[in-house]
Ligand binder design. Sequence first.
Ligand SMILES: N[C@@H](CCC[C@H](N)C(=O)O)C(=O)O
Length: 257
Amino acid sequence: MDLSFYKYQGTGNDFVMIDDRNEQFDHKNLELVSQLCDRKFGIGSDGLILIRNKEGFDFEMVYFNADGSQSMCGNGARCAVAFSKFLGIIDEHTKFLAIDGPHEASIRNGLVELGMGDVHSISNADQDYFVNTGSPHHVRFVDDVEQYPVVKEGASIRYSDTYQPSGTNVNFVSTLAEDEIYVRTYERGVEYETLSCGTGVTACALVYGYQNKLNHVKIKALGGNLSVKFAATSDGSFKDILLIGPAEQVYKGTIKI
Ligand SMILES: N[C@@H](CCC[C@H](N)C(=O)O)C(=O)O
């Protein structure tokens, strides 16, 4: 059977997107998901997203990592908003459902402002930090992130006893300017460094912003630039979090499954 798909990228985090409003894709077939995401034997991507109908929402984003596991994906959600606009499901504003709950977003000229879920706290993790932004993120500040062994150190933290059994994503951060950081991320479920991670840069921006009394942090990632705005509350939690950045359709195709 031929499966139609679109390919999207958000700051280099790339996704196979499937319009599955007729629910024909077998979402329990995780082997198929990882085969489609395989860069040698499939289409190739960091993740796969199904757009489905959901009562009370414009759509539901069903997200899978390349290995078939599921979590919240910030860049994927920005791409899902762009794809839903392309499909004519939404106009400039949307309310949709993801695995971590409802989200609101807007899109203008390919730039997506994505409302993220509230974050309850930043925890200490040895000398580093841990933040859950819909997906789990370890955050470590380093002197020169460009030269840092992200895959080696990231894998060692991801598989450490502290994070068993489900593991974590791992972000390494250096300061570029007073209001700008450079973030590189080892992603769980891809099991490698990706060019950008939306929930990851959000976690890093919250930690950096909190420490430096900022409510708007710019982020450089390997795949492009993002920014995060938020409000810090007196009890150490964060609300009104916006992840802002581009989302682009790269191509469409069909593949035999
Ligand atoms: N790339 C994503 C994060 C995807 C989920 C993550 N790999 C996990 O399993 O926690 C993003 O842009 O947020």
